[in-house]
Design a protein around this ligand. Structure first.
Ligand SMILES: [Zn+2]
Length: 318
Protein backbone atom coordinates (compact mmCIF):
# COMPACT_ATOMS: atom_id res chain seq x y z
CA UNK A 1 0.00 0.00 0.00
CA UNK A 2 1.27 3.36 -0.91
CA UNK A 3 1.70 6.09 1.58
CA UNK A 4 -1.13 8.10 0.02
CA UNK A 5 -3.50 5.12 0.23
CA UNK A 6 -2.55 4.67 3.88
CA UNK A 7 -3.29 8.34 4.67
CA UNK A 8 -6.74 8.12 3.00
CA UNK A 9 -7.57 4.99 4.97
CA UNK A 10 -6.62 6.69 8.22
CA UNK A 11 -8.80 9.78 7.42
CA UNK A 12 -11.81 7.49 6.70
CA UNK A 13 -11.27 5.71 9.99
CA UNK A 14 -11.14 9.00 11.88
CA UNK A 15 -14.37 10.22 10.13
CA UNK A 16 -16.16 7.00 11.08
CA UNK A 17 -14.93 7.32 14.66
CA UNK A 18 -16.26 10.91 14.84
CA UNK A 19 -19.64 9.77 13.44
CA UNK A 20 -19.86 7.07 16.13
CA UNK A 21 -19.06 9.61 18.86
CA UNK A 22 -21.74 12.03 17.60
CA UNK A 23 -24.28 9.19 17.37
CA UNK A 24 -23.44 8.02 20.88
CA UNK A 25 -23.77 11.57 22.19
CA UNK A 26 -27.20 11.93 20.55
CA UNK A 27 -28.47 8.69 22.04
CA UNK A 28 -27.13 9.67 25.45
CA UNK A 29 -28.79 13.11 25.32
CA UNK A 30 -32.12 11.65 24.22
CA UNK A 31 -31.97 9.18 27.07
CA UNK A 32 -31.19 11.91 29.58
CA UNK A 33 -34.02 14.13 28.32
CA UNK A 34 -36.56 11.29 28.53
CA UNK A 35 -35.32 10.31 31.96
CA UNK A 36 -35.49 13.93 33.10
CA UNK A 37 -39.10 14.23 31.98
CA UNK A 38 -39.87 10.93 33.66
CA UNK A 39 -38.45 12.20 36.94
CA UNK A 40 -40.57 15.32 36.65
CA UNK A 41 -43.78 13.41 36.08
CA UNK A 42 -43.10 10.98 38.90
CA UNK A 43 -42.79 13.97 41.27
CA UNK A 44 -46.18 15.34 40.33
CA UNK A 45 -49.25 13.82 42.08
CA UNK A 46 -51.95 12.76 39.77
CA UNK A 47 -55.22 14.70 40.23
CA UNK A 48 -56.88 11.81 42.09
CA UNK A 49 -54.10 11.66 44.66
CA UNK A 50 -54.27 15.44 45.11
CA UNK A 51 -57.99 15.26 45.91
CA UNK A 52 -57.43 12.46 48.40
CA UNK A 53 -54.81 14.60 50.13
CA UNK A 54 -57.20 17.50 50.31
CA UNK A 55 -59.87 15.22 51.76
CA UNK A 56 -57.56 13.93 54.50
CA UNK A 57 -56.73 17.54 55.32
CA UNK A 58 -60.40 18.47 55.46
CA UNK A 59 -61.28 15.52 57.71
CA UNK A 60 -58.53 16.35 60.20
CA UNK A 61 -59.59 20.01 60.17
CA UNK A 62 -63.20 18.97 60.81
CA UNK A 63 -62.07 16.73 63.65
CA UNK A 64 -60.08 19.57 65.14
CA UNK A 65 -63.04 21.96 64.88
CA UNK A 66 -65.30 19.37 66.54
CA UNK A 67 -62.78 18.89 69.35
CA UNK A 68 -62.54 22.65 69.83
CA UNK A 69 -66.33 22.94 69.91
CA UNK A 70 -66.58 20.16 72.49
CA UNK A 71 -63.92 21.82 74.63
CA UNK A 72 -65.89 25.08 74.45
CA UNK A 73 -69.13 23.31 75.46
CA UNK A 74 -67.30 21.71 78.40
CA UNK A 75 -65.82 25.05 79.39
CA UNK A 76 -69.26 26.67 79.24
CA UNK A 77 -70.70 23.91 81.45
CA UNK A 78 -67.99 24.57 84.05
CA UNK A 79 -68.43 28.35 83.92
CA UNK A 80 -70.44 30.17 86.57
CA UNK A 81 -73.98 30.88 85.40
CA UNK A 82 -74.16 34.69 85.28
CA UNK A 83 -75.30 36.38 88.51
CA UNK A 84 -75.68 33.03 90.29
CA UNK A 85 -74.14 30.81 92.99
CA UNK A 86 -73.37 27.80 90.79
CA UNK A 87 -71.93 26.67 87.44
CA UNK A 88 -74.11 26.17 84.35
CA UNK A 89 -73.94 22.37 84.69
CA UNK A 90 -75.52 22.67 88.17
CA UNK A 91 -78.59 24.56 86.89
CA UNK A 92 -80.52 21.33 86.32
CA UNK A 93 -80.52 20.47 90.05
CA UNK A 94 -80.65 24.03 91.48
CA UNK A 95 -83.91 24.84 93.28
CA UNK A 96 -85.48 28.17 94.16
CA UNK A 97 -84.79 28.86 97.84
CA UNK A 98 -88.09 30.60 98.63
CA UNK A 99 -90.09 27.81 97.00
CA UNK A 100 -88.25 25.12 98.97
CA UNK A 101 -88.70 27.11 102.18
CA UNK A 102 -92.41 27.49 101.52
CA UNK A 103 -92.83 23.76 100.78
CA UNK A 104 -90.80 22.84 103.83
CA UNK A 105 -92.94 25.02 106.11
CA UNK A 106 -96.21 23.96 104.44
CA UNK A 107 -96.92 27.48 103.16
CA UNK A 108 -97.32 26.03 99.68
CA UNK A 109 -98.12 22.49 98.68
CA UNK A 110 -95.29 20.11 97.83
CA UNK A 111 -94.81 19.09 94.21
CA UNK A 112 -94.44 15.51 95.49
CA UNK A 113 -90.80 15.23 94.51
CA UNK A 114 -88.44 14.01 97.24
CA UNK A 115 -85.32 16.18 97.23
CA UNK A 116 -82.66 16.46 99.93
CA UNK A 117 -80.48 19.52 100.35
CA UNK A 118 -77.25 18.95 102.25
CA UNK A 119 -76.30 22.33 103.70
CA UNK A 120 -72.92 22.96 105.33
CA UNK A 121 -72.49 25.99 107.60
CA UNK A 122 -69.43 27.81 109.01
CA UNK A 123 -66.76 26.94 106.38
CA UNK A 124 -64.68 27.14 104.37
CA UNK A 125 -61.39 25.77 105.68
CA UNK A 126 -58.59 23.54 104.45
CA UNK A 127 -59.21 20.72 106.90
CA UNK A 128 -62.84 19.59 106.87
CA UNK A 129 -64.22 21.21 103.69
CA UNK A 130 -61.91 19.18 101.35
CA UNK A 131 -62.91 15.93 103.12
CA UNK A 132 -66.59 16.81 102.63
CA UNK A 133 -65.89 17.63 98.95
CA UNK A 134 -64.11 14.29 98.46
CA UNK A 135 -67.12 12.37 99.82
CA UNK A 136 -69.61 14.40 97.76
CA UNK A 137 -67.49 13.78 94.67
CA UNK A 138 -67.28 10.05 95.35
CA UNK A 139 -71.03 9.82 95.98
CA UNK A 140 -71.84 12.17 93.09
CA UNK A 141 -74.02 14.32 95.34
CA UNK A 142 -74.32 18.12 95.21
CA UNK A 143 -74.60 20.33 98.31
CA UNK A 144 -74.87 23.99 99.33
CA UNK A 145 -72.13 25.65 101.39
CA UNK A 146 -73.16 28.54 103.66
CA UNK A 147 -69.88 30.31 104.12
CA UNK A 148 -68.73 32.90 106.65
CA UNK A 149 -67.32 35.88 104.71
CA UNK A 150 -64.42 36.60 107.09
CA UNK A 151 -63.17 33.03 106.52
CA UNK A 152 -62.92 33.56 102.76
CA UNK A 153 -59.22 34.43 102.63
CA UNK A 154 -56.44 33.87 100.09
CA UNK A 155 -55.60 30.79 102.13
CA UNK A 156 -58.81 28.96 101.15
CA UNK A 157 -58.96 30.20 97.56
CA UNK A 158 -58.52 26.70 96.10
CA UNK A 159 -61.25 25.22 98.28
CA UNK A 160 -63.72 27.97 97.33
CA UNK A 161 -62.95 27.43 93.64
CA UNK A 162 -63.32 23.69 94.05
CA UNK A 163 -66.75 24.03 95.71
CA UNK A 164 -67.98 25.86 92.62
CA UNK A 165 -66.15 23.75 90.00
CA UNK A 166 -67.42 20.53 91.59
CA UNK A 167 -70.98 21.71 90.90
CA UNK A 168 -72.07 22.79 94.40
CA UNK A 169 -73.87 25.96 95.44
CA UNK A 170 -72.45 28.72 97.62
CA UNK A 171 -74.62 30.71 100.00
CA UNK A 172 -74.00 33.29 102.72
CA UNK A 173 -73.80 32.87 106.46
CA UNK A 174 -72.92 36.54 107.25
CA UNK A 175 -69.43 38.02 107.37
CA UNK A 176 -68.58 37.87 111.06
CA UNK A 177 -70.98 35.24 112.49
CA UNK A 178 -71.18 37.67 115.43
CA UNK A 179 -74.59 37.35 117.12
CA UNK A 180 -74.14 40.64 118.99
CA UNK A 181 -73.60 42.55 115.79
CA UNK A 182 -76.35 40.83 113.79
CA UNK A 183 -78.94 40.64 116.56
CA UNK A 184 -78.16 43.16 119.31
CA UNK A 185 -80.45 42.35 122.27
CA UNK A 186 -81.48 39.21 120.27
CA UNK A 187 -83.27 41.48 117.80
CA UNK A 188 -82.45 41.45 114.05
CA UNK A 189 -80.59 44.61 112.98
CA UNK A 190 -81.50 45.29 109.34
CA UNK A 191 -78.59 47.60 108.55
CA UNK A 192 -75.92 45.33 110.03
CA UNK A 193 -77.37 42.19 108.49
CA UNK A 194 -77.54 43.74 105.00
CA UNK A 195 -74.00 45.10 105.30
CA UNK A 196 -72.67 41.72 106.48
CA UNK A 197 -74.31 39.76 103.69
CA UNK A 198 -73.09 42.16 100.99
CA UNK A 199 -69.57 42.06 102.42
CA UNK A 200 -69.57 38.24 102.41
CA UNK A 201 -70.78 38.20 98.79
CA UNK A 202 -67.98 40.60 97.82
CA UNK A 203 -65.37 38.41 99.53
CA UNK A 204 -66.55 35.52 97.35
CA UNK A 205 -66.55 37.66 94.21
CA UNK A 206 -62.91 38.54 94.88
CA UNK A 207 -62.08 34.87 94.38
CA UNK A 208 -64.76 33.70 91.96
CA UNK A 209 -65.19 36.79 89.78
CA UNK A 210 -68.09 39.12 89.10
CA UNK A 211 -70.31 36.50 87.43
CA UNK A 212 -70.72 35.00 90.87
CA UNK A 213 -73.41 36.43 93.11
CA UNK A 214 -75.40 34.44 95.61
CA UNK A 215 -79.00 35.21 96.55
CA UNK A 216 -79.25 32.56 99.26
CA UNK A 217 -78.46 32.98 102.93
CA UNK A 218 -78.81 31.38 106.30
CA UNK A 219 -78.91 33.51 109.42
CA UNK A 220 -76.28 32.44 111.97
CA UNK A 221 -78.23 30.65 114.70
CA UNK A 222 -81.20 30.30 112.31
CA UNK A 223 -84.03 32.70 111.44
CA UNK A 224 -86.16 30.90 114.03
CA UNK A 225 -83.93 31.92 116.93
CA UNK A 226 -84.25 35.71 116.87
CA UNK A 227 -86.81 38.47 117.42
CA UNK A 228 -87.92 41.16 114.99
CA UNK A 229 -86.73 39.44 111.85
CA UNK A 230 -89.42 40.89 109.55
CA UNK A 231 -87.40 44.05 108.84
CA UNK A 232 -84.17 42.25 107.86
CA UNK A 233 -85.94 39.57 105.78
CA UNK A 234 -88.02 42.15 103.88
CA UNK A 235 -84.95 44.29 103.20
CA UNK A 236 -83.03 41.24 102.00
CA UNK A 237 -85.94 40.08 99.81
CA UNK A 238 -86.13 43.48 98.15
CA UNK A 239 -82.42 42.96 97.33
CA UNK A 240 -83.33 39.59 95.75
CA UNK A 241 -82.06 37.52 98.70
CA UNK A 242 -83.90 34.65 100.38
CA UNK A 243 -83.12 32.80 103.59
CA UNK A 244 -83.52 29.19 104.58
CA UNK A 245 -83.42 27.32 107.90
CA UNK A 246 -83.59 23.49 108.03
CA UNK A 247 -86.00 20.68 108.89
CA UNK A 248 -83.49 18.03 109.93
CA UNK A 249 -79.97 18.00 111.30
CA UNK A 250 -77.06 15.79 112.27
CA UNK A 251 -76.83 17.58 115.62
CA UNK A 252 -73.19 18.65 115.18
CA UNK A 253 -74.00 22.20 116.33
CA UNK A 254 -76.14 21.27 119.31
CA UNK A 255 -75.15 21.85 122.92
CA UNK A 256 -72.73 19.25 124.24
CA UNK A 257 -75.27 17.44 126.41
CA UNK A 258 -77.29 16.33 123.36
CA UNK A 259 -74.63 16.42 120.62
CA UNK A 260 -74.02 12.99 119.02
CA UNK A 261 -70.55 11.58 119.61
CA UNK A 262 -70.51 8.96 116.84
CA UNK A 263 -71.41 8.68 113.17
CA UNK A 264 -74.23 6.31 114.10
CA UNK A 265 -75.47 8.92 116.56
CA UNK A 266 -75.52 11.61 113.85
CA UNK A 267 -77.43 9.31 111.53
CA UNK A 268 -79.99 8.60 114.27
CA UNK A 269 -80.32 12.35 114.81
CA UNK A 270 -81.09 12.91 111.11
CA UNK A 271 -83.73 10.15 111.08
CA UNK A 272 -85.51 11.35 114.23
CA UNK A 273 -85.51 15.05 113.28
CA UNK A 274 -86.69 14.33 109.72
CA UNK A 275 -89.52 12.13 110.96
CA UNK A 276 -90.88 14.90 113.17
CA UNK A 277 -91.80 16.95 110.09
CA UNK A 278 -95.20 17.11 108.56
CA UNK A 279 -93.70 18.08 105.20
CA UNK A 280 -90.68 15.95 104.49
CA UNK A 281 -90.66 15.76 100.68
CA UNK A 282 -88.00 18.41 100.91
CA UNK A 283 -85.29 17.57 103.42
CA UNK A 284 -83.02 20.51 104.23
CA UNK A 285 -80.25 18.95 106.31
CA UNK A 286 -78.13 21.13 108.59
CA UNK A 287 -74.49 20.08 108.85
CA UNK A 288 -71.28 21.98 109.64
CA UNK A 289 -67.90 21.97 107.92
CA UNK A 290 -66.07 24.11 110.49
CA UNK A 291 -62.51 23.02 111.25
CA UNK A 292 -63.49 20.94 114.30
CA UNK A 293 -66.31 18.93 112.69
CA UNK A 294 -64.40 15.76 111.89
CA UNK A 295 -67.29 13.59 113.03
CA UNK A 296 -69.60 15.16 110.43
CA UNK A 297 -67.09 14.42 107.66
CA UNK A 298 -66.87 10.81 108.92
CA UNK A 299 -70.65 10.35 109.10
CA UNK A 300 -71.46 11.92 105.72
CA UNK A 301 -71.35 8.70 103.60
CA UNK A 302 -73.91 7.02 105.91
CA UNK A 303 -76.17 10.07 105.89
CA UNK A 304 -76.13 10.19 102.09
CA UNK A 305 -76.87 6.45 101.95
CA UNK A 306 -79.83 6.84 104.33
CA UNK A 307 -81.36 9.69 102.30
CA UNK A 308 -80.85 7.74 99.07
CA UNK A 309 -82.49 4.64 100.54
CA UNK A 310 -85.40 6.85 101.63
CA UNK A 311 -86.00 7.86 98.01
CA UNK A 312 -84.43 11.33 97.96
CA UNK A 313 -82.52 12.84 95.06
CA UNK A 314 -80.12 15.69 95.84
CA UNK A 315 -80.24 19.35 94.92
CA UNK A 316 -78.67 22.72 95.65
CA UNK A 317 -80.34 25.98 96.65
CA UNK A 318 -80.21 29.01 94.37
ZN1 LIG B 1 -73.17 29.10 111.89
Amino acid sequence: MTNRENARKNRRKRREKRKKIVLFACVLMSFLIIKGCGLNTSNQQNPGEQDAGKEVNLVSKEKEAKKEKQAKVEEEKRAIAKNSNHINAASKYAYDTKEIRDMMTGKIESDGKKVAFLTFDDGPNNKITPQILDTLDKENVPATFFIVGSRVTENVKDVVNRIIKDGHGIALHSFSHDYHKLYPGRSGNTENILEEMNKANEALQNILGKDFSTHVLRFPGGHMSWKNMEGPTEALASNGMEWIDWNCLVGDGERKSVRPTSAAGQLKYVKSTLEQNENKDKAVVLLHDAGNKQLTANALPQIIQYLRDSGYSFGILK
